[in-house]
Structure formats: structure tokens, C-alpha cells
Design a binder for this molecule. Structure first.
Ligand code: CU
Length: 398
């Protein structure tokens, strides 16, 4: 299967594309400002969710290659699925996903008249609230059934899954998402699971909340530790679990996925929260780069071949070469939507010839007061406000 996928990847360039590629950067546009989900107003939140639903209503352009893809939205799972073993647990993880997110955001705008930017989910904010006010992580606004992505999946008797990382506790749920815009009556998926290309596998979106992963790995102290790392190598390895050994450390990447959702790495993109989580990782990479911009907008290294713990049964053939390291000239491949993009062109998000965006500051000022009385007051004020809006059926204009 994998050698077939490799051939597929290598031949992608020669296939005719029926979707416009998203680069070069639309220079006439101002930089897109990516905000934290909670800093979007209710209307903006609904526009984003409608844009995802719109993308999911448009026919796939990948069915000749992956017969199970049911929509343009699932085509993004195709791109991710075909390359999953080459873009996780190794050095192109960050630039690849940066280009992927830019392509997704641009496609929402081009195909579905979305006018905003890709939002991110700062789960560290939720952990702050958990620790300060005692509120449950899963009563976060992000899981609201009306203004957010809905909550957990139905409780399953057996929710174990193949290749569960050692020491990873079982989550709660595992069945179809029960409420909100992506529940089983409103959101139907069909892309084949794992590295399979077909046949279509009609089903719902499932979720499995995992409070232990959230508590241990989603907090701001993990983000802060990441930002203190000195080299790109250390940074990308920490983000994906220290030494890539799940027994020692899961890291922020695992936190965002396993605290909530899909454990199948090939099709994680089927949960729209994927895009908010990965945008958060991209934000943290950018913040790390900004601490020493001269050096870190040029700094890229590390092996292209993933460490074995990511894909223990993966057969890599000769691609990529065992010892090959990423360089600024390496091309990331975003398939029929994004084409091939040079890593050098992805390193500085404000000066890139391809991407053009910035991040708004998350809950400005919070970093300075965390742990103080003032902080506690602010958390309680926001929590009360949100509860009030929610119980009023969101009738207030935020
Ligand atoms: Cu990924």
C-alpha cells in the first residue's frame, strides 16, 4: 500500500488539476489576521462553521485517485492521508502543515466566500480556566453545540483502538458526535479509514474526550517550555512528543488531537477541530521564531524519516532516504490545491512570497498576571459572561 502511495505522490505533479492552486500569494490582500476562536464574535464563528459545511457540500476533485473522497472538505483528508507517514514525527512536520493550513484557509475563501482567516484554538486558555475556576475542560466554548463544534461522541462500551500508544489511557466516548453542527444527523463522512483509498465508508464523525491528556499536556506551561527550546530540532521534537517516545512525553501535538478526537492519524483532518489545533501549533512555532527572527526564519534541519514510534509498521522504501535532512530548498507537497512549496518560502509568514498572515495576541496580558488574584477575577468575569450569553440563547450581540 505504501509503495503505491509513494508512486501516487510522485506522479501528482503530472496530473491535470481542476482546482486553482492557491499560490502565489494574493499580494493585493492585506495579511489575514488569525484569531483565537473565543475572540471571534458569534457571527464570525457561524461564518467559519458554514464555510466548512459549504466545502463539505462541494464535489471531490480527487475521486480518480481516492475513490472514497466525498467532498472538497474530504479532499483535504486525501492530501493529508497520502503523505501522513512522511509529515509526522519528523522535520517537515511544521512547514508542511503551515502550507496545508494556508491552502485550506484560501480554499474556504475561494470556494465558499469565507471572508475571515483561519481561527486557532488555544487550549492552554481552557486549562487556565480549569485550574482557576474549577470549570470542566469540556464545557469550553469551543464545544458549544450552537456557537462551536459540538462536544463528545456517544459513550461506547469498547472504545479501544489499534496501536494505542503505551501509557495512553482510554478516553471517554468514542461514538458519533451527539450535538452541534457536526453531529451524525448533520455531518456525514465517507473517506476510507487508515491508508486505504477506497471503498467509501459512510459514517459519522466520532470523538473521544481524554481528560488526562488535556490536563497533562494542553496547559500553557507546555507551550512556555516549547518556546524556551533553543534549536529547531529540539522544538519540533518537543512539539511531537519528547524524543518521540510516548512513554516520556506526549507534547502539544498529541494533546490537541487525543484530548478530543480522532486517533487515526491518516484521517484526523475529518474533524474540523484539526484545523484550529494545527493553527495553534503554527502560532506557537511563529512565536518561537519571533524570539530570534534573524536566525529562526532561516533555521530548519532534522531527519525527514520519522522515528519508528510514529509508524511502527511503516514501509518507507527509499523515500525519503534514511539519512536525508530537510533544507530550505526542500519542497512540501500540498497536492492539487496547494502544489509544491519551497520551505524557504514558508519560514517568515509576513514576508513570504506564498503565505500572508499574522496572529492576533491571545488574551493579551494574561501571560503577565497568570496565577494572581487579578487573573482569577478576569477568569471568573469571562466565565460568568459566557454562561449568561449561553443561557440567554446567544441573543446578545457579542
Ligand atoms: Cu497532520
Amino acid at each position: 500500500m505504501l509503495s503505491q502511495i509513494i508512486l501516487t505522490i510522485l506522479s501528482l505533479g503530472s496530473l491535470a488539476s481542476s482546482a486553482p492552486q492557491v499560490h502565489p500569494r494574493p499580494i493585493q490582500e492585506p495579511p489575514r489576521l488569525r484569531k483565537e476562536w473565543r475572540l471571534l464574535n458569534i457571527i464570525e464563528r457561524q461564518h467559519y462553521i458554514s464555510a466548512i459545511q459549504c466545502l463539505h457540500s462541494k464535489p471531490s476533485i480527487y475521486q480518480d485517485l481516492v475513490s472514497s473522497s466525498g467532498s472538497l472538505f474530504e479532499d483535504f483528508s486525501v492530501i493529508h492521508k497520502l503523505q501522513a507517514p512522511y509529515i509526522h514525527g519528523e522535520s517537515q512536520f511544521l512547514p508542511w502543515h503551515r502550507a496545508f493550513l494556508w491552502t485550506f484557509e484560501t480554499t474556504l475563501r475561494n470556494e465558499c466566500n469565507y471572508t475571515g482567516a483561519q481561527p486557532y484554538w488555544d487550549y492552554g486558555h481552557d486549562i487556565d480556566i480549569v485550574k482557576t475556576s474549577g470549570r470542566d475542560f469540556y464545557s469550553s466554548e469551543i464545544f458549544d453545540p450552537v456557537t462551536g463544534f459540538g462536544g463528545d461522541g456517544e459513550m461506547m462500551k469498547n472504545n479501544d483502538y489499534p496501536r494505542r500508544p503505551p501509557n495512553m489511557p482510554l478516553g471517554i466516548g468514542g461514538g458519533c458526535v451527539m450535538k452541534g453542527p457536526f453531529s451524525k444527523d448533520k455531518f456525514k463522512l465517507q473517506i476510507a479509514k487508515g491508508d486505504k483509498l477506497g471503498p467509501a465508508d459512510p459514517r459519522c464523525l466520532t470523538r473521544m474526550f481524554n481528560p488526562k491528556v488535556a490536563k497533562d499536556w494542553c496547559g500553557h506551561e507546555v507551550e512556555e517550555a516549547m518556546k524556551r527550546t533553543k534549536s529547531y530540532k529540539e522544538f519540533y521534537q518537543n512539539m511531537q512528543g519528547n524524543s518521540l517516545d510516548y512513554n516520556q512525553s506526549w507534547g502539544l501535538h498529541v494533546c490537541g488531537h487525543f484530548s478530543v478526537t480522532n486517533v487515526d492519524i491518516f484521517i484526523r483532518t475529518t474533524d474540523p477541530l484539526f484545523f484550529l489545533h494545527h493553527t495553534n501549533l503554527d502560532r506557537i512555532w511563529w512565536e518561537w521564531q519571533k524570539r530570534d527572527p534573524k536566525k529562526r526564519t532561516k533555521e530548519i534541519d532534522g531527519k525527514l524519516k520519522p522515528l519508528p514510534s510514529y509508524f511502527p509498521d511503516g514501509d518507507y522504501g527509499n523515500f525519503p532516504d534514511e539519512k536525508a535532512e530537510i533544507t530550505l530548498d526542500w519542497m512540501v507537497d500540498i497536492g492539487r490545491f496547494g502544489g509544491k512549496v519551497k520551505v524557504a518560502d514558508l519560514m517568515d509568514i509576513t514576508k513570504s512570497p506564498v503565505v500572508n498572515y499574522e496572529y492576533s495576541n491571545t488574551f493579551a496580558g494574561w501571560d503577565d498576571i497568570r496565577g494572581t488574584e487579578k487573573f482569577k477575577k478576569e477568569v471568573n468575569r469571562l466565565t460568568a459572561l459566557w454562561e449568561k450569553w449561553r443561557s440567554a440563547g446567544w441573543s446578545h450581540d457579542m
